[in-house]
Design a binder for this molecule. Structure first.
Ligand code: FAQ
Length: 317
């Protein structure tokens, strides 16, 4: 690194230390830009792929009201993807490049969306646990040092908070319903609890990016701290529902004033992230088909824009 770059980097870090936001046209180290593009595009892909497990229940929602709520939630997730792709574009990466990385399997998206939705209570569990975990992480991201990401997160968190409540309300109805409904709710927490904890990523000691991302204030809180925060907030909610968290090591610790709990199956986590989870292939194929199926719309929009441009040029001539 030459002297000029060193000076620029020093000024950049001072700005971050002073809690000032970094904006798209500001100087930033290449590695900061790269980390943000990686995280923000993975986040955008997660929102978009995240529509698929819930989409599975749109045609089978138990009432018109539930169908309308689910439809609105899924549309919100699509919207979050769009804010995030737009925010990532401010860093000089094009949407086409990001889509290509997703469709070719090069880019990651959250492991959680590679699990199937087998019963209606899964829709409750996704809202309660998956959106709950997402908010825990994203509240911290509202203070991210990169302005466009932080601002996008503020709106996203408001919507995720509504999603979390609608999920909890489904769980409430089911756990206070018939014996079969309660069993469905328990079955859903049994299958979604551990994958929800995996959403926070590897243990801090195994996390490649946490330390640098925290120095740059992209991340404000480490993976393990966020995961613990989620467990502490969620276990009392499960108790209130009368559901059992599927962890025989779970116990309140008076000393730390938080829960002790068991160990994540990291082999399962690695396997899902490597593309070999229950639904990885199906999810990617669905995304590719949706992209290919939408080609005629993109072509028509581009042709129309071209035509308008020509009309304006002819008029000006
Ligand atoms: N799945 O060094 P770290 C939602 C990867 S949105 C897959 O700890 P980092 C809304 C990680 O990318 C949910 N991959 O990495 C919704 C990295 O790989 P790389 C998504 C994972 O970035 C609800 C490697 O492991 N939220 O749910 C996972 O510092 C309902 C090393 O890990 C976000 O994306 C995983 N679980 O921390 C939608 C939030 N964990 O790139 C529909 C933004 C880790 O080196 C329905 N992202 N990896 O090849 C983040 O906060 C961070 O990126 C972390 C990971 C915390 C996910």
């Amino acid at each position: 690194m030459d002297e000029v770059d060193m000076e620029l980097e020093k000024a950049f870090q001072s700005k971050i230390d002073a809690e000032l936001k970094i904006e798209p046209k500001d100087w930033m180290p290449d590695a900061y830009r790269k980390t943000l593009v990686r995280q923000m595009s993975q986040h955008a892909h997660s929102e978009v792929v995240g529509m698929l497990p819930e989409g599975n229940w749109l045609t089978r929602a138990p009432s018109l009201k539930r169908k309308a709520i689910l439809m609105a939630k899924i549309q919100d997730e699509g919207g979050h993807g769009l804010y995030l792709y737009s925010a990532a574009e401010t860093l000089g990466v094009s949407r086409d490049e990001m889509y290509e990385q997703l469709h070719s399997g090069k880019a990651k998206y959250s492991s959680i969306f590679n699990y199937p939705t087998l019963n209606w209570a899964d829709i409750g569990a996704i809202g309660w646990l998956v959106d709950g975990a997402a908010i825990t992480n994203q509240i911290a991201l509202c203070r991210c040092s990169y302005g466009p990401y932080a601002r996008a997160m503020v709106k996203v968190c408001k919507e995720e908070s509504f999603h979390q409540r609608q999920g909890y309300e489904i769980m409430m109805n089911m756990s206070n319903g018939t014996k079969e409904q309660k069993e469905m709710a328990q079955d859903a927490i049994n299958r979604w609890w551990w994958p929800a904890l995996m959403m926070f990523g590897p243990h801090d000691k195994n996390s490649d990016h946490t330390s640098q991302s925290m120095t740059w204030k992209i991340k404000r809180t480490s993976n393990d701290e966020l995961r613990q925060r989620f467990v502490d907030a969620t276990v009392p909610q499960a108790d209130y529902l009368g559901l059992t968290v599927p962890d025989d090591k779970l116990a309140w610790n008076e000393e730390t004033q938080s829960y002790d709990w068991g160990e994540i199956d990291w082999d399962e986590f690695r396997n899902v992230v490597a593309g070999n989870g229950l639904c990885n292939r199906e999810r990617l194929q669905t995304r590719r088909d949706a992209h290919d199926g939408g080609k005629w719309v993109r072509d028509a929009a581009l042709a129309y824009a071209e035509k308008q441009k020509k009309r304006m040029a002819d008029k000006a001539a």
